[in-house]
Design a protein around this ligand. Structure first.
Ligand code: PGA
Length: 264
């Protein structure tokens, strides 16, 4: 079993992006549930993040079959309600027993112009409803090549956590996802991923104290696959993964999850 530094329970999250209609989503979750037994789920938290249209179906399935999987969303607005056509509020998600909400994914920053300020509003709104944000940060290839990766990521972390209490920060999840590794088949080396996740934890210790930094779970994301998970998860500051393409197929995703569980 991959041991992480602070005894934090790993969180493996499947971010399906704009894939799987609600019927497909039900099938994937049923297959996933069969492949993950109690022994695995004692060691690892697992969340699935279908598109909004799948949330209600998966909530019902999880409750009816008493599945030990957490429901996650991929985004939300920061207001409770109002004239925001096409948006979904944190309180609506909480009502569907959503546990985790991905906030500030690089695809939203890139294609929908989400700013650090918007990400921070979403983080605070998600926390206010009692759900857990998975706040995504990461640098582009140009920023990495220019030697600016740590500055960029630490800036995103600082801005995203503005006004969040130390206790709340400790209960959060931050996903380090280098933009160049998302959906490209390119993965950060385990050493590079560890270095950045450690830098995030060191920053959080400075801004929110040692307790928050020790409790905070930091995921790695970006082309996580069954054959590269174990090495990444072995790193002391990596507490799980945010998995896109590799989470769409229940066979692959269950293999990825099992990398974090005790071996047979
Ligand atoms: P990927 O996506 O695993 O397909 O690279 C990760 C993510 O965007 O969260």
């Amino acid at each position: 079993m991959a041991e992480n530094g602070g005894g934090r329970k790993p969180l493996m999250s499947g971010n399906w992006k704009m894939n799987h209609n609600h019927l497909e989503a039900i099938q994937v979750v049923q297959k996933l549930a069969i492949r993950l037994d109690d022994r695995v789920l004692d060691a690892v938290d697992v969340s699935v993040h279908p598109p909004f249209t799948g949330l209600r179906s998966i909530q019902t399935l999880i409750e009816a079959d008493k599945l030990r999987l957490a429901l996650g969303a991929q985004n939300c607005h920061w207001e409770d309600s109002g004239a925001y056509t096409g948006e979904v509020s944190p309180t609506m998600l909480a009502k569907l027993s959503v546990t985790y909400v991905v906030v500030g994914h690089s695809e939203r920053r890139q294609h929908f112009d989400e700013t650090d300020e918007m990400v921070n509003k979403k983080v605070r709104a998600v926390l206010a409803t009692g759900m857990t944000p998975i706040m995504c940060v990461g640098e582009t290839m140009e920023e990495r090549e220019a030697g600016d990766a740590q500055d960029k990521v630490q800036g995103q972390v600082r801005a995203g956590l503005e006004g969040v209490s130390d206790e709340q920060v400790g209960a959060m999840v931050i996903a380090y996802e280098p933009v160049w590794a998302i959906g490209t088949g390119e993965t950060a080396t385990a050493d590079d991923a560890q270095e950045m996740c450690e830098a995030i934890r060191v920053l959080v210790a400075e801004t929110n104290g040692d307790d928050a930094a020790e409790a905070l779970r930091i995921q790695y994301g970006g082309s996580v696959k069954p054959d590269n998970t174990a090495e990444l998860m072995d790193q002391p500051d990596i507490d799980g993964a945010l998995v896109g393409g590799g989470s769409l197929d229940p066979d692959d995703f269950s293999k990825i999850v099992r990398c974090q569980a005790p071996s047979d």
